[in-house]
Design a protein around this ligand. Structure first.
Ligand SMILES: NC(=O)c1ccc[n+]([C@@H]2O[C@H](COP(=O)([O-])OP(=O)(O)OC[C@H]3O[C@@H](n4cnc5c(N)ncnc54)[C@H](OP(=O)(O)O)[C@@H]3O)[C@@H](O)[C@H]2O)c1
Length: 296
Protein backbone atom coordinates (compact mmCIF):
# COMPACT_ATOMS: atom_id res chain seq x y z
CA UNK A 1 0.00 0.00 0.00
CA UNK A 2 1.44 3.36 -1.01
CA UNK A 3 2.21 5.82 1.77
CA UNK A 4 1.34 9.44 1.03
CA UNK A 5 2.99 12.41 2.74
CA UNK A 6 0.22 14.99 3.20
CA UNK A 7 2.56 17.38 5.00
CA UNK A 8 6.02 17.28 6.49
CA UNK A 9 4.56 15.75 9.63
CA UNK A 10 1.77 13.46 8.42
CA UNK A 11 1.91 10.37 6.24
CA UNK A 12 -1.24 8.35 5.49
CA UNK A 13 -2.13 5.18 3.60
CA UNK A 14 -3.48 5.57 0.05
CA UNK A 15 -6.78 4.03 1.15
CA UNK A 16 -8.34 5.33 4.37
CA UNK A 17 -10.93 3.63 6.61
CA UNK A 18 -13.83 5.88 7.65
CA UNK A 19 -15.59 5.44 11.00
CA UNK A 20 -18.73 7.48 10.38
CA UNK A 21 -20.88 4.37 10.55
CA UNK A 22 -19.07 2.73 13.49
CA UNK A 23 -21.92 3.35 15.94
CA UNK A 24 -24.48 1.95 13.42
CA UNK A 25 -22.92 -1.51 13.66
CA UNK A 26 -24.95 -3.76 15.99
CA UNK A 27 -21.58 -4.84 17.44
CA UNK A 28 -19.70 -1.80 18.78
CA UNK A 29 -17.48 -3.80 21.15
CA UNK A 30 -13.76 -2.99 21.33
CA UNK A 31 -13.06 -6.51 20.02
CA UNK A 32 -15.13 -5.93 16.89
CA UNK A 33 -13.69 -2.47 16.30
CA UNK A 34 -10.26 -4.09 16.67
CA UNK A 35 -11.19 -6.73 14.07
CA UNK A 36 -12.03 -3.97 11.57
CA UNK A 37 -8.76 -2.15 12.22
CA UNK A 38 -6.84 -5.43 11.95
CA UNK A 39 -8.50 -6.16 8.59
CA UNK A 40 -7.26 -2.75 7.43
CA UNK A 41 -3.75 -3.20 8.84
CA UNK A 42 -3.44 -6.55 7.07
CA UNK A 43 -3.60 -4.58 3.80
CA UNK A 44 -1.41 -1.68 4.90
CA UNK A 45 -4.40 0.59 5.54
CA UNK A 46 -3.33 2.52 8.61
CA UNK A 47 -5.36 5.73 8.47
CA UNK A 48 -8.64 5.94 10.42
CA UNK A 49 -11.05 8.78 9.65
CA UNK A 50 -13.18 10.06 12.50
CA UNK A 51 -15.16 13.19 13.37
CA UNK A 52 -16.34 14.48 16.72
CA UNK A 53 -19.96 14.30 15.49
CA UNK A 54 -19.88 10.69 14.19
CA UNK A 55 -22.43 8.48 15.88
CA UNK A 56 -23.95 11.53 17.61
CA UNK A 57 -20.58 12.32 19.24
CA UNK A 58 -19.89 8.73 20.38
CA UNK A 59 -17.82 7.14 17.55
CA UNK A 60 -14.56 8.61 18.84
CA UNK A 61 -15.18 6.91 22.19
CA UNK A 62 -15.75 3.56 20.46
CA UNK A 63 -12.33 3.89 18.84
CA UNK A 64 -10.86 5.08 22.15
CA UNK A 65 -12.26 2.07 24.03
CA UNK A 66 -10.63 -0.19 21.46
CA UNK A 67 -7.27 1.61 21.63
CA UNK A 68 -7.27 1.48 25.43
CA UNK A 69 -7.66 -2.32 25.28
CA UNK A 70 -5.04 -2.79 22.56
CA UNK A 71 -1.59 -1.73 23.75
CA UNK A 72 0.62 -0.68 20.86
CA UNK A 73 -2.23 -0.33 18.36
CA UNK A 74 -2.23 3.48 18.47
CA UNK A 75 1.35 3.50 17.16
CA UNK A 76 0.30 1.49 14.09
CA UNK A 77 -2.38 3.93 12.93
CA UNK A 78 -2.92 7.58 12.05
CA UNK A 79 -6.02 9.20 13.50
CA UNK A 80 -7.86 11.83 11.48
CA UNK A 81 -10.73 13.66 13.13
CA UNK A 82 -12.88 16.70 12.45
CA UNK A 83 -14.65 19.50 14.25
CA UNK A 84 -16.94 22.51 13.79
CA UNK A 85 -20.33 20.82 13.27
CA UNK A 86 -22.54 21.43 16.29
CA UNK A 87 -25.75 19.42 16.11
CA UNK A 88 -28.33 19.43 18.92
CA UNK A 89 -27.63 15.84 20.01
CA UNK A 90 -25.40 14.16 22.58
CA UNK A 91 -23.06 16.56 24.30
CA UNK A 92 -24.57 19.49 22.37
CA UNK A 93 -28.21 18.53 23.10
CA UNK A 94 -28.73 22.05 24.46
CA UNK A 95 -27.92 23.74 21.12
CA UNK A 96 -31.00 25.50 19.71
CA UNK A 97 -30.02 24.95 16.10
CA UNK A 98 -27.55 22.89 14.11
CA UNK A 99 -24.65 25.17 13.24
CA UNK A 100 -20.93 25.41 12.49
CA UNK A 101 -18.39 26.87 14.90
CA UNK A 102 -14.87 27.68 13.74
CA UNK A 103 -14.08 29.98 16.65
CA UNK A 104 -10.74 29.39 18.36
CA UNK A 105 -12.55 28.56 21.59
CA UNK A 106 -14.69 25.87 19.98
CA UNK A 107 -11.92 24.28 17.90
CA UNK A 108 -9.56 24.10 20.86
CA UNK A 109 -12.19 22.66 23.21
CA UNK A 110 -13.27 20.18 20.53
CA UNK A 111 -9.69 18.94 20.05
CA UNK A 112 -9.26 18.53 23.81
CA UNK A 113 -12.50 16.50 23.93
CA UNK A 114 -11.43 14.34 20.95
CA UNK A 115 -8.08 13.63 22.62
CA UNK A 116 -9.90 12.60 25.78
CA UNK A 117 -12.53 10.39 24.07
CA UNK A 118 -9.89 8.57 22.03
CA UNK A 119 -7.31 8.49 24.83
CA UNK A 120 -4.66 10.11 22.62
CA UNK A 121 -1.84 12.53 23.30
CA UNK A 122 -2.09 13.90 19.76
CA UNK A 123 -4.31 13.78 16.68
CA UNK A 124 -2.46 13.14 13.42
CA UNK A 125 -4.73 15.27 11.24
CA UNK A 126 -7.54 17.61 12.26
CA UNK A 127 -10.01 18.73 9.59
CA UNK A 128 -12.46 21.62 9.70
CA UNK A 129 -15.51 19.51 8.80
CA UNK A 130 -17.64 22.02 6.86
CA UNK A 131 -17.07 25.59 5.64
CA UNK A 132 -18.52 27.99 8.19
CA UNK A 133 -20.16 31.11 6.72
CA UNK A 134 -19.14 32.97 9.89
CA UNK A 135 -15.50 31.82 9.78
CA UNK A 136 -13.05 34.52 10.82
CA UNK A 137 -10.10 33.14 8.87
CA UNK A 138 -7.46 34.89 10.97
CA UNK A 139 -8.95 33.45 14.17
CA UNK A 140 -9.48 29.94 12.76
CA UNK A 141 -6.09 29.80 11.05
CA UNK A 142 -4.40 31.07 14.20
CA UNK A 143 -6.15 28.41 16.30
CA UNK A 144 -5.03 25.63 13.94
CA UNK A 145 -1.43 26.89 13.90
CA UNK A 146 -1.47 27.08 17.72
CA UNK A 147 -2.76 23.49 18.02
CA UNK A 148 0.10 22.30 15.78
CA UNK A 149 2.63 24.33 17.77
CA UNK A 150 1.27 22.84 21.01
CA UNK A 151 1.69 19.33 19.60
CA UNK A 152 -2.01 18.50 20.02
CA UNK A 153 -2.39 17.95 16.26
CA UNK A 154 0.34 17.07 13.76
CA UNK A 155 -1.35 18.81 10.85
CA UNK A 156 -4.57 20.58 9.89
CA UNK A 157 -6.77 20.30 6.83
CA UNK A 158 -10.33 20.90 5.73
CA UNK A 159 -13.37 19.09 4.42
CA UNK A 160 -16.08 20.12 1.95
CA UNK A 161 -14.17 23.33 1.22
CA UNK A 162 -14.46 25.06 -2.13
CA UNK A 163 -11.26 26.53 -3.63
CA UNK A 164 -12.01 30.03 -2.28
CA UNK A 165 -12.64 28.67 1.23
CA UNK A 166 -9.28 26.87 1.08
CA UNK A 167 -7.43 29.94 -0.20
CA UNK A 168 -8.92 32.17 2.50
CA UNK A 169 -7.96 29.87 5.38
CA UNK A 170 -4.54 29.00 3.95
CA UNK A 171 -3.72 32.70 3.55
CA UNK A 172 -4.25 33.04 7.29
CA UNK A 173 -2.01 30.16 8.40
CA UNK A 174 1.69 29.58 8.64
CA UNK A 175 1.40 25.77 8.36
CA UNK A 176 0.25 24.29 5.05
CA UNK A 177 -3.23 22.75 4.98
CA UNK A 178 -2.77 19.01 4.42
CA UNK A 179 -5.87 17.89 2.51
CA UNK A 180 -9.45 18.65 1.55
CA UNK A 181 -11.86 15.77 2.16
CA UNK A 182 -14.72 16.09 -0.33
CA UNK A 183 -17.52 13.96 -1.72
CA UNK A 184 -16.22 12.21 -4.83
CA UNK A 185 -17.50 9.13 -6.62
CA UNK A 186 -19.25 7.98 -9.75
CA UNK A 187 -22.38 9.14 -7.92
CA UNK A 188 -20.92 12.60 -7.02
CA UNK A 189 -19.03 13.96 -10.01
CA UNK A 190 -19.33 17.76 -9.73
CA UNK A 191 -15.79 18.24 -8.38
CA UNK A 192 -14.29 16.79 -11.56
CA UNK A 193 -15.37 19.87 -13.52
CA UNK A 194 -16.37 22.62 -11.06
CA UNK A 195 -12.85 23.71 -10.12
CA UNK A 196 -12.39 21.63 -6.93
CA UNK A 197 -9.99 19.11 -8.46
CA UNK A 198 -8.40 21.70 -10.75
CA UNK A 199 -7.56 23.78 -7.67
CA UNK A 200 -6.26 20.69 -5.86
CA UNK A 201 -4.05 19.72 -8.77
CA UNK A 202 -2.76 23.28 -9.17
CA UNK A 203 -1.77 23.44 -5.49
CA UNK A 204 -0.59 19.81 -5.29
CA UNK A 205 -3.23 18.95 -2.72
CA UNK A 206 -4.10 15.25 -2.35
CA UNK A 207 -7.87 15.24 -1.77
CA UNK A 208 -9.63 12.56 0.24
CA UNK A 209 -12.85 11.18 -1.28
CA UNK A 210 -15.73 10.60 1.12
CA UNK A 211 -18.48 8.11 0.24
CA UNK A 212 -16.48 6.64 -2.66
CA UNK A 213 -19.28 4.12 -3.26
CA UNK A 214 -21.92 6.84 -3.07
CA UNK A 215 -22.70 5.66 0.46
CA UNK A 216 -23.61 2.25 -1.03
CA UNK A 217 -25.93 3.63 -3.74
CA UNK A 218 -23.49 2.61 -6.48
CA UNK A 219 -23.61 -0.96 -5.23
CA UNK A 220 -27.40 -1.01 -5.09
CA UNK A 221 -28.15 0.45 -8.51
CA UNK A 222 -28.64 -1.76 -11.57
CA UNK A 223 -28.51 0.75 -14.44
CA UNK A 224 -25.86 1.62 -17.02
CA UNK A 225 -23.07 2.41 -14.53
CA UNK A 226 -23.65 -0.87 -12.71
CA UNK A 227 -23.45 -2.77 -15.99
CA UNK A 228 -20.16 -1.03 -16.93
CA UNK A 229 -18.67 -1.61 -13.49
CA UNK A 230 -19.74 -5.25 -13.60
CA UNK A 231 -18.12 -5.86 -17.01
CA UNK A 232 -14.80 -4.44 -15.81
CA UNK A 233 -15.08 -6.23 -12.46
CA UNK A 234 -15.62 -9.60 -14.09
CA UNK A 235 -12.80 -9.10 -16.60
CA UNK A 236 -10.36 -8.24 -13.81
CA UNK A 237 -11.57 -10.68 -11.16
CA UNK A 238 -12.72 -8.17 -8.56
CA UNK A 239 -16.06 -6.88 -7.31
CA UNK A 240 -17.90 -3.77 -8.41
CA UNK A 241 -16.77 -1.77 -5.39
CA UNK A 242 -13.12 -2.22 -6.40
CA UNK A 243 -13.93 -0.79 -9.85
CA UNK A 244 -15.75 2.23 -8.38
CA UNK A 245 -12.73 2.96 -6.18
CA UNK A 246 -10.21 2.31 -8.97
CA UNK A 247 -12.06 4.91 -11.04
CA UNK A 248 -11.16 7.47 -8.36
CA UNK A 249 -7.59 6.21 -7.98
CA UNK A 250 -7.04 6.69 -11.73
CA UNK A 251 -7.39 10.48 -11.50
CA UNK A 252 -4.04 12.29 -11.79
CA UNK A 253 -4.66 14.43 -8.68
CA UNK A 254 -4.04 11.33 -6.52
CA UNK A 255 -7.35 10.86 -4.70
CA UNK A 256 -7.35 9.07 -1.33
CA UNK A 257 -10.65 7.15 -0.98
CA UNK A 258 -12.22 6.98 2.50
CA UNK A 259 -14.10 3.68 2.67
CA UNK A 260 -17.09 3.24 4.97
CA UNK A 261 -18.39 -0.33 5.22
CA UNK A 262 -18.94 -2.04 8.56
CA UNK A 263 -18.71 -5.49 6.93
CA UNK A 264 -15.47 -7.33 7.74
CA UNK A 265 -15.39 -9.29 4.46
CA UNK A 266 -15.75 -6.05 2.49
CA UNK A 267 -13.00 -4.36 4.50
CA UNK A 268 -10.73 -7.31 3.72
CA UNK A 269 -10.95 -6.59 -0.03
CA UNK A 270 -10.42 -2.79 0.01
CA UNK A 271 -6.98 -3.13 -1.57
CA UNK A 272 -8.38 -5.01 -4.61
CA UNK A 273 -9.01 -1.55 -6.08
CA UNK A 274 -5.26 -0.99 -6.35
CA UNK A 275 -4.85 -3.79 -8.89
CA UNK A 276 -7.70 -2.73 -11.18
CA UNK A 277 -6.54 -1.09 -14.40
CA UNK A 278 -8.68 1.77 -15.59
CA UNK A 279 -7.40 3.22 -18.86
CA UNK A 280 -8.60 6.54 -20.29
CA UNK A 281 -11.41 5.03 -22.36
CA UNK A 282 -12.66 2.85 -19.51
CA UNK A 283 -12.65 5.95 -17.27
CA UNK A 284 -14.85 7.75 -19.78
CA UNK A 285 -17.12 4.72 -20.30
CA UNK A 286 -17.92 4.81 -16.58
CA UNK A 287 -18.14 8.63 -16.47
CA UNK A 288 -20.51 8.80 -19.45
CA UNK A 289 -22.65 5.95 -18.12
CA UNK A 290 -22.98 7.86 -14.83
CA UNK A 291 -23.74 11.14 -16.65
CA UNK A 292 -26.32 9.39 -18.83
CA UNK A 293 -24.80 10.88 -21.96
CA UNK A 294 -21.56 11.01 -23.89
CA UNK A 295 -19.27 13.99 -23.42
CA UNK A 296 -19.93 16.81 -25.91
N1 LIG B 1 -16.11 14.82 5.45
C1 LIG B 1 -17.40 14.58 5.33
O1 LIG B 1 -18.23 15.48 5.30
C2 LIG B 1 -17.85 13.16 5.23
C3 LIG B 1 -19.17 12.85 4.91
C4 LIG B 1 -19.53 11.50 4.81
C5 LIG B 1 -18.58 10.51 5.03
N2 LIG B 1 -17.29 10.86 5.37
C6 LIG B 1 -16.25 9.83 5.58
O2 LIG B 1 -16.28 8.94 4.51
C7 LIG B 1 -16.38 7.62 5.02
C8 LIG B 1 -17.04 6.74 4.01
O3 LIG B 1 -18.38 7.17 3.79
P1 LIG B 1 -19.48 6.09 3.43
O4 LIG B 1 -19.63 5.13 4.55
O5 LIG B 1 -20.69 6.79 2.93
O6 LIG B 1 -18.69 5.34 2.24
P2 LIG B 1 -19.05 4.30 1.11
O7 LIG B 1 -17.91 3.33 1.11
O8 LIG B 1 -19.41 5.04 -0.13
O9 LIG B 1 -20.38 3.58 1.59
C9 LIG B 1 -20.39 2.60 2.59
C10 LIG B 1 -21.81 2.08 2.67
O10 LIG B 1 -22.06 1.30 1.51
C11 LIG B 1 -22.59 0.05 1.91
N3 LIG B 1 -22.23 -0.96 0.92
C12 LIG B 1 -23.10 -1.64 0.14
N4 LIG B 1 -22.46 -2.49 -0.66
C13 LIG B 1 -21.16 -2.38 -0.41
C14 LIG B 1 -20.01 -3.01 -0.94
N5 LIG B 1 -20.06 -3.94 -1.90
N6 LIG B 1 -18.82 -2.65 -0.45
C15 LIG B 1 -18.74 -1.71 0.51
N7 LIG B 1 -19.80 -1.07 1.05
C16 LIG B 1 -21.01 -1.40 0.59
C17 LIG B 1 -22.00 -0.19 3.29
O11 LIG B 1 -22.86 -1.10 3.96
P3 LIG B 1 -22.28 -2.14 5.04
O12 LIG B 1 -21.69 -1.33 6.15
O13 LIG B 1 -23.52 -2.87 5.44
O14 LIG B 1 -21.28 -3.01 4.34
C18 LIG B 1 -22.04 1.20 3.88
O15 LIG B 1 -23.32 1.48 4.41
C19 LIG B 1 -17.11 7.79 6.35
O16 LIG B 1 -16.91 6.70 7.22
C20 LIG B 1 -16.47 9.04 6.86
O17 LIG B 1 -15.22 8.72 7.46
C21 LIG B 1 -16.92 12.15 5.46
Amino acid sequence: MDRIALSQSVEVSRIVYGMWRLADDPDTSPTHVRAKIDACLAQGITTMDQADIYGGYVAESLLGDCLKQSPGLRDQIEVVTKCDVVAPVGKYADARVKHYDTSATHITASVDASLMYMGLDHIDLLLIHRPDPLMDAAETGGALDALIAAGKIKAAGVSNFRPWDWDLLQANMTHPLATNQIELSLAARDSFTNGDLAHAQQHRIRPMAWSPLGGGSLMAEDGAVAARMETIAQAQGVDRAAVAVAWLLAHPVGILPVMGTNTLSRIATFSDALRVEIDRQMWFELYEAANGQEVP
